[in-house]
Design a binder for this molecule. Structure first.
Ligand code: 5RP
Length: 236
């Protein structure tokens, strides 16, 4: 993965502001989350941090964390996490997120919801006025239910497309499921959209993260902005 200075800046700011020795951490997935792993690894290597335990949100993150000397556990071993840090595909002004272009949003949501606090890390291009401006909604479905989920989502006004790998075969998540990348014209009321998509039989997880992120570290060319979420009831 090539290094991006803004992603690096957001990750370093989040790690230095949020991570303390001894924490149990949710480790996100993607190129910005990778910068978080690198920052953690560097601070473990020079003793600025110690006794961290991470729960990885993907097989790729688990491999990378192991490479960087970050101790790993599963959610069967560690029931609550102090903090989860993860990237995002979109962040709206209320800190509602879309996640999942990296295909890990199911485990990411499980991990984020097991954490006392979840913070996002991103560069400013992820900021949107309203969700759906630049990303589709990734919806993870079991393969058996693909056709039924597509029809059900179409009835809800979505235009689902099975995510494909570069070789043209269907992308499979770490859980062996398919992802439907879903577009639509009208994105107002994300809470209702999330509830409707989440109720479709065969849907395992959608990429709306609403009421989950408490803060976001967003890097701009002039510095890192810390955005705080309004107090709100979670809707997952
Ligand atoms: C993976 C995700 C990622 O956090 C999201 O896609 C952002 O990735 P990147 O930091 O590479 O832009 O949700 O499922």
């Amino acid at each position: 993965m090539s290094r991006d200075p803004l992603k690096h800046a957001a990750a370093v700011a989040a790690v230095d502001a949020e991570v303390r020795p001894g924490m149990r951490l949710g480790l996100g997935t993607g190129s910005t989350a990778d910068e978080v792993l690198i920052a953690l690894g560097e601070r473990l290597a020079d003793d600025r941090l110690h006794d961290l335990v991470g729960v990885a949100t993907s097989e790729a993150t688990a491999a990378r964390a192991a490479q960087l000397g970050i101790a790993l556990a599963s959610l069967d071993d560690v029931h609550r996490l102090d903090l989860a840090v993860d990237g995002a595909d979109e962040i709206d002004p209320e800190l509602r997120l879309i996640k999942g272009l990296g295909g890990a949003h199911l485990r990411e949501k499980v991990v984020a919801c097991a954490a006392d606090r979840m913070v996002g890390v991103a560069d400013a291009c992820k900021l949107v006025g309203r969700l759906g401006e630049r990303a589709p909604l990734p919806v993870e479905v079991i393969a058996f239910a693909r056709g039924a989920c597509e029809r059900h989502l179409e009835d809800l006004g979505w235009r689902p497309a099975v995510r494909l790998r570069h070789d043209g075969r269907a992308f499979r998540t770490d859980e062996g499921n398919l992802i439907l990348d879903c577009h639509r014209d009208e994105w107002s009321d994300p809470e209702r959209l999330a509830a409707d998509v989440g109720a479709v039989p065969g849907v395992v997880a959608h990429g709306f993260f609403i009421g989950i992120a408490r803060a976001a570290f967003v890097a701009t060319p002039s510095g890192v902005r810390v955005l705080e979420a309004p107090a709100a009831a979670p809707s997952r």
